[in-house]
Design a protein around this ligand. Structure first.
Ligand SMILES: *Cc1c(COP(=O)(O)O)cnc(C)c1O
Length: 455
């Protein structure tokens, strides 16, 4: 198959003109969001105070398989898409595997990750609705960076609550956001009620994503002309990220290759959901079979060790309840966990697909993840984000299994971003001082015991 090029490029006019909504093909839809006060299912209108109207409608849309990508979003996509699908010939050679490995590389934009695909869509709908600005949280900073690029493009204000430990440890990410005009506040802060409360309850806390979400939601609902936006987990985000999977499928089709196995890292589930959507759609419609693997960190294992229950999406418990694989909204990964993917829950779509067996999951230790990251960097050239390296680790493992069995499987994985801002973590790994903390069953049972009792 040497005629397959190293990089399978699509042309600009092969960028999909519509996102694919996998929920339309799911027989069992993801469970509805519930009002945390009344326990009643939410309607799109109930979300309007928090999210832009069009995004609220997308959040609730279980019926339209395709939703047109607005022209202005498509124009922005053209600046950095289509992203390449790369045949990892050098990695295959280094592993001496009969497997054929492909990766979809989403790190070719300044924000360095796939998050820009949804950020630009969300900023567009905010602008269209005539809003002044948006608020959000960011953990490691990729989402905040992507969103600040998108809001700068549409001339919107952008207020970012950044998990305190990242704010302090990743000053350069913060500066990128400020360069694009965003205001960045370390969370928990003293600027919101919920932030003050969390600071009082947990003095000196490093913060968490769940806590920054609560602050950003409060900031949005307490300011005229602002809405909250989120970079993962939500149905609307998976919808926007379907551009990854649609392009991947188009590129594979172009060279006549059928994927056998599709691997993605899973934090909140957006890149994985976007990558696999068109393929899962074929499975749901009975047209094709794929083996799909979600990879999560052993230190934050929501799919592999969590429960499929209704839970709060945030620590401050101001957001709707979602039925998802969760570790409990109070779960905090160990502070020495450097690899991202630290959200306590998982997209309701991925959760449902996992529950029904369409998606499998595995967890990996961070030292193994960084070993895979370095192995990949040294042969394929790209310095991968730690998050993406979870997928690399499992792709390598699967390719090595093929070596034993002699199978020439087509393995496709999502390389979601670059790791230039994660060099403190790489330094720890290189210095041999990175360790693995895996939560005990008691740790997980304790945080799960605080989930609301529903159904
Ligand atoms: C945010 C991020 C992830 C994880 O988020 P998902 O919503 O699970 O995709 C993975 N890789 C990179 C580079 C990220 O920035």
């Amino acid at each position: 198959m040497s005629e397959i090029p190293y990089k399978i490029y699509l042309s600009e006019n092969e960028i999909p003109s519509a996102w694919y909504n996998v929920r339309a093909d799911m027989k069992n839809k993801p469970a509805p969001l519930l009002n945390p006060g009344t326990g009643e299912p939410l309607k799109a209108e109930d979300l309007y105070p928090f999210f832009c109207e069009e995004l609220s409608n997308q959040e609730m849309n279980n019926t339209d398989a395709y939703i047109d990508i607005p022209g202005e979003v498509l124009d922005f996509y053209k600046m950095y898409r289509p992203s390449p699908l790369v045949r990892a010939y050098c990695l295959e050679k280094a592993l001496d595997t009969p497997a054929h490995i492909y990766y979809k590389f989403e790190g070719n934009n300044t924000s360095g990750s796939h998050k820009l695909n949804s950020a630009i869509a969300q900023a567009y709908y905010a602008k269209k609705q005539g809003l002044k600005g948006v608020t959000t949280e960011t953990g490691a900073g990729q989402w905040g960076t992507a969103l600040s690029m998108a809001t700068a493009y549409f001339g919107l204000d952008c207020q970012v609550y950044m998990v305190k430990v990242s704010y302090e440890q990743k000053p350069f990410r913060r500066e990128v956001m400020r360069t694009y005009g965003a205001t960045v506040t370390p969370s928990p802060s003293m600027t919101t009620n919920v932030g003050r409360k969390i600071n009082e309850e947990f003095p000196g806390t490093d913060g968490s994503l769940g806590c920054a979400i609560s602050e950003a939601v409060e900031a949005a609902t307490s300011q005229e002309g602002y809405r909250y936006v989120l970079g993962s987990v939500l149905n609307q985000v998976l919808l926007h990220q379907s551009v990854i999977g649609l392009e991947t499928k188009a590129a594979l089709d172009k060279v006549g290759v059928k994927a056998d196995m599709i691997i993605g890292c899973a934090g909140g589930g957006s890149n994985l959901g976007g990558l696999i959507s068109p393929f899962v759609g074929e499975m749901l419609r009975g047209e094709n079979q794929y083996e799909i693997i979600a990879v999560e960190p052993a230190s934050c294992p929501s799919l592999t060790r969590g429960s499929f229950v209704y839970d709060f999406c945030d620590t401050g418990r101001v957001c709707p309840l979602a039925k998802m694989y969760t570790l409990g909204s109070n779960f905090m990964p160990a502070p020495n966990h450097a690899g991202g993917l630290r959200y306590h829950g998982m997209s309701t779509i991925i959760s449902q697909l996992y529950d029904e067996g369409y998606v499998k999951a595995t967890s990996v230790k961070q030292t193994d993840v960084f070993a895979a990251a370095e192995q990949f960097a040294r042969v394929e050239g790209i310095l991968p984000a730690p998050e993406s390296s979870h997928a690399i680790k499992v792709a390598i493992d699967e390719a090595l299994k093929c070596k034993e069995t002699g199978e020439a499987k087509n393995i496709v994985f999502g390389l979601t971003g670059t790791g230039y801002f994660d060099l403190v973590a790489y330094q720890k790994y290189n210095d041999g001082v990175m360790d693995d903390y895996i939560p005990t069953d008691e740790d997980i049972a304790k945080s799960l015991s605080q989930c609301p009792k529903i159904g």
